[in-house]
Design a protein around this ligand. Structure first.
Ligand SMILES: Cc1ncc(COP(=O)(O)O)c(C=O)c1O
Length: 388
């Protein structure tokens, strides 16, 4: 007997990136450059806090929003680092940024609502919106260095727009915005009656100067939900700690959505979060030093191989070169490179059609792996395409 799931679940399918990773399984010596997960261990101080929490039996439920000490450390962190202030009551500790996104979207979308998203887009957003009957409206940023512009906001907002979903630094392009660019977007958004959801999960992986948060623009406060977490900053993808931050009038309601889903975030991980934010602040620094070295290597190498880089990545740990010089079919290209050269990259079209003709390479891999990957790619290109 096979029972029928509801209409929401029925249309869910494996992300196209999964179809691709399935093909990698049989290639034993594959250089895999697809994963969006830091290649460093979680810092010792965070590990110890996690282990001690369990030993000390801190394994019961917490307040739905999270432990007050954890929320206070998140509040202090943003106050000291980014000079904006949210009270601990305006912060929910979630099970990863993913749950923060889900809680936010489930709390605001009605069927038919439009959600504007600059693309190429992190694929995880789309099913969350569609299962609620929301309609993602993608803004093509390929002509503006993968950056959203105020003009593009104006031309995409209409009476059905419920929210805009932003992600700087961006997965998959690695592009981020400077202070003036965030300010310009804030000016364009501040009088619009829409929510702004700013997924800043890669905030700490900003390579030039400091990340600018939308939280720095007080005029957005009533509309803004900020999403963050430890997954990327502290190489802590498996302990599932995210933050959902916003004005109290919204956070009070969003807390119910979060609570009815999961009661609270993983409590030993919440305790580890206090250690990460109070004593583990050097972690993003040393990771960024390695990422910058790897990025610079990739930029030189990819350009020498004839790939075109439309924008230099300044954050996260991805690079998104165009392959249009070789072919427009990024999926076929990635499959061929995988099968012939044993190097795995993500086809750009996995991030909506806006990413067609590009590939995403993650450099959350050691330099030696990147060098070997590029050596194989060079050989592949010389055998299959005329190199410049
Ligand atoms: C843009 C973006 N947002 C959210 C997430 C999910 O983060 P988490 O592991 O904290 O749920 C990812 C993961 O890769 C991401 O790239």
């Amino acid at each position: 007997m096979k029972l029928s799931l509801n209409n929401n679940s029925k249309f869910l399918k494996a992300p196209s990136i999964r179809q691709f990773s399935n093909r990698m399984k049989d290639i034993k010596d594959c250089i895999n450059l697809t994963i969006g997960q830091p290649d460093f261990p979680m810092p010792d101080v965070v590990k110890e806090a996690y282990i001690n929490a369990i030993k000390e039996n801190k394994t019961t439920y917490s307040h739905n929003k999270g432990l007050l000490e954890t929320r206070t450390s998140v509040s202090n962190y943003f106050k000291h680092k980014y000079s904006f202030s949210y009270d601990p009551e305006e912060i929910i500790i979630t099970n990863g940024a993913s749950e923060a996104l889900d809680t936010a979207l489930r709390s605001i979308i009605n069927p038919g609502d439009e959600i504007i998203i600059p693309g190429p887009v992190y694929a995880g957003y789309i099913p969350l919106i569609q299962t609620l009957g929301g309609i993602p409206i993608f803004i093509d940023t390929t002509e503006t260095d993968f950056k959203l512009t105020p003009a593009a906001i104006e031309s995409h907002i209409n009476s059905k727009t419920k929210a805009i979903l932003l992600n700087y630094p961006t997965n998959p392009t690695g592009v981020t915005l400077n202070y003036n660019e965030v300010k310009a977007l804030s000016n364009a958004l501040k009088d619009k009656e829409i929510f702004i959801i700013s997924d800043e999960i890669y905030a700490e992986n900003t390579f030039s100067g400091q990340h600018t948060s939308f939280g720095q623009f007080d005029e957005l406060r009533d509309q803004l939900l900020i999403i963050g977490g430890l997954s990327k900053s502290h190489s802590a993808t498996g302990i599932r700690i995210g933050f959902l931050i916003g004005p109290e009038y919204l956070i009070e309601k969003l807390t119910f959505m979060h609570a009815y889903n999961c009661i609270c975030a993983n409590v030993p991980a919440q305790i580890a979060c206090i250690a990460a934010l109070n004593e583990g602040l050097e972690a993003p620094q040393y990771m960024n030093e390695a990422y910058i070295e790897r990025r610079d290597f990739l930029i030189d190498k990819l350009e020498s191989l004839g790939f075109e880089l439309e924008a230099k990545p300044e954050g996260a740990f991805y690079i998104f070169p165009s392959i249009k010089r070789f072919t427009d079919d990024d999926f076929a290209f990635c499959v061929d490179v995988l099968e012939k050269a044993h190097v795995a990259m993500v086809p750009g079209s996995s991030f909506t059609d806006i990413g067609k003709g590009y590939v995403r390479i993650s450099y959350a891999y050691e330099l030696d792996a990147l060098k070997e990957g590029m050596r194989r790619l060079e050989l592949y290109l010389s055998e299959n395409y005329k190199l410049k």
